[in-house]
Design a protein around this ligand. Structure first.
Ligand code: HEM
Length: 148
């Protein structure tokens, strides 16, 4: 009796943690993606700061997701058919790829700010034009030698 109750409680804990972690991992990414235009409008550093803050939530959630996923597998694997195994394999692959993509995105350098890039190009262009003008001024006027 008490064993059955403990097993039911363990199942509740296992599935609650699994679904909660999945909600934070998947739902959090969707919410941050939806808020990105607003976040970017708050300043050049805002997206980076939000990504760092979100990382402090998403990686623990990912760890709980994988750990409870393995717990799920260990409890429910017995007697499952091949379709179950295939679906689980696909699911684990998708979760691994999503984790890798999120990790690479975290590690990637920030995207080039297009306004900064345009400004830099304008500064280089202006510097080149001024250098050309300076070089032209220092040359002797054309045809000076032929004058009497
Ligand atoms: C984004 C990732 C994931 C999502 C969204 C997700 C979602 C879910 C959901 C909604 C359930 C059903 C829970 C229920 O019956 O109440 C479940 C069950 C399960 N998950 Fe995941 N999961 C994810 C990752 C994983 C991983 C990484 C593993 C394995 C390493 C895994 C293994 C399992 C197993 C074996 C079950 C069956 C549990 C049972 O029937 O008692 N999951 N998952």
């Amino acid at each position: 009796m008490i064993i059955a109750q403990l097993a039911t409680a363990a199942t509740a804990v296992r599935l609650t943690l699994h679904v909660l972690a999945a909600s934070v991992w998947v739902g959090g990414q969707l919410v941050v993606a939806g808020l990105l235009p607003t976040i970017r409008s708050l300043g050049p550093d805002a997206a980076k700061k939000i990504a760092q803050a979100f990382g402090r939530l998403q990686w623990p959630a990912y760890a709980v997701l994988v750990l409870t996923g393995l717990w799920n597998v260990s409890v429910t694997r017995k007697g499952q058919g091949s379709a179950w195994q295939v679906v689980l394999g696909v699911k684990i692959t998708v979760v691994a790829l999503a984790g890798l993509a999120a990790f690479l995105l975290d590690a990637a350098p920030p995207p080039v700010n297009i306004d900064d890039a345009v400004l830099t190009a304008q500064i280089i262009e202006a510097a080149q034009a001024s250098a050309r003008a300076g070089a032209a001024e220092s040359l002797p006027p054309a045809g000076r030698d032929s004058e009497p």
